[in-house]
Design a protein. Structure first.
Length: 315
């Protein structure tokens, strides 16, 4: 007759089995989380008085990217300066229409692209900061082939994950004249850790293992794509904008990115009081700061102070 299995061993096996089931379930949920529910645009450029054309770009893996091309206003000399614009996680190009409308009125052409798994673009296996950067690169490449665009005066603008992707792209190519990064996070490791703290997932060992899995899934180590590190490799002037009361990406992230710039880098930071993560685009004071920066990088205007604090104007 076979000996009965030790109850202690049975308990250990049950615990290990439960942990494995939870781990597999967790990884499945992570993969699902990498593909956010697509949100259709609730506003069109024409709603803000901007004529536009819907265009399709091609991502590096052949996926279709939906984009809005907004030519420079009539009367602006061609070829015109331009911006490639990228939204944040779970959003679409309509998110940034309020902030780019004043830039268009000032004479800039715009190409606003929906990243994969967002807006009107194709779904993909997952979305990530490197893939956001690839999709933004596709937008820049498209602009460089457009006869009406001055290929030597192309800047990029992004919000949240799109801002962090903008900094990653600026560290990879030298044909950009400027970067406007709104509410960028400093480090994916820290950002993921903050999220897990909010949902009460212990960082060690579970959170740490989750982050290592995410690195494997996206094919990049967090430290290699962290904006606090890519800022040191930026090949164009950078304007960082951040809300002081941002509860999604705390303003300390903006200070961390700015503090880690090279001493010879052209990186400026503007912090808006009484402004959170998603209200930067509604601040009237932001447009003059962005326009001043763009005028300088596209036309040789004066270099601003490296750090300015501004109060949010009344609504």
């Amino acid at each position: 007759m076979e000996a009965a299995m030790d109850p202690w061993l049975i308990g250990c096996l049950a615990v290990v089995g439960s942990l494995l089931v939870l781990a597999v379930a967790g990884l499945v949920l992570i993969d699902v989380g990498f593909r956010p529910d697509r949100v259709a645009p609730d506003t069109l450029p024409s709603d803000l008085g901007m004529a536009y054309a819907s265009v399709e770009l091609t991502a590096v893996n052949g996926k279709r990217l939906a984009a809005w091309y907004i030519p420079a206003p009539d009367g602006v000399r061609r070829p015109a300066p331009a911006l490639a614009v990228l939204h944040g996680w779970g959003s679409n190009s309509a998110q940034l229409l309020p902030v780019v409308a004043p830039l268009h009125r000032a004479g800039y052409a715009l190409l606003m692209v929906d990243s994969r798994c967002h807006g009107g673009s194709d779904r993909d296996t997952f979305a990530s900061m490197p893939r956001f950067a690839e999709d933004l690169a596709a937008a820049v490449d498209w602009l460089r082939t457009e006869p009406e665009i001055d290929r030597d005066r192309i800047a990029i603008l992004g919000h949240s994950l799109g801002a962090s992707a903008s900094l990653l792209l600026a560290s990879r190519r030298s044909d950009l004249v400027g970067v406007v990064a709104i509410s960028a996070f400093a480090d994916p490791e820290t950002t993921m850790r903050r999220f897990m703290e909010r949902v009460r997932v212990p960082y060690r060992p579970i959170g740490w293992l989750v982050n290592r899995y995410v690195e494997w899934r996206i094919g990049w180590r967090f430290r290699d794509i962290a904006p606090r590190n890519t800022i040191r490799r930026a090949q164009a002037p950078v304007l960082l904008l951040h809300g002081e009361t941002d509860r999604v990406v705390p303003v300390s992230d903006a200070y961390a990115i700015h503090a880690n710039r090279r001493t010879d880098e052209d990186v400026s930071l503007i912090v808006y009081t009484r402004c959170d993560h998603d209200s930067v685009d509604r601040i009237e004071a932001a447009a003059p700061h962005i326009l001043s920066f763009l005028a300088r990088v596209t036309g040789g205007g004066p270099r601003p102070e490296t750090h300015v604090r501004e109060a949010e104007p009344a609504a």
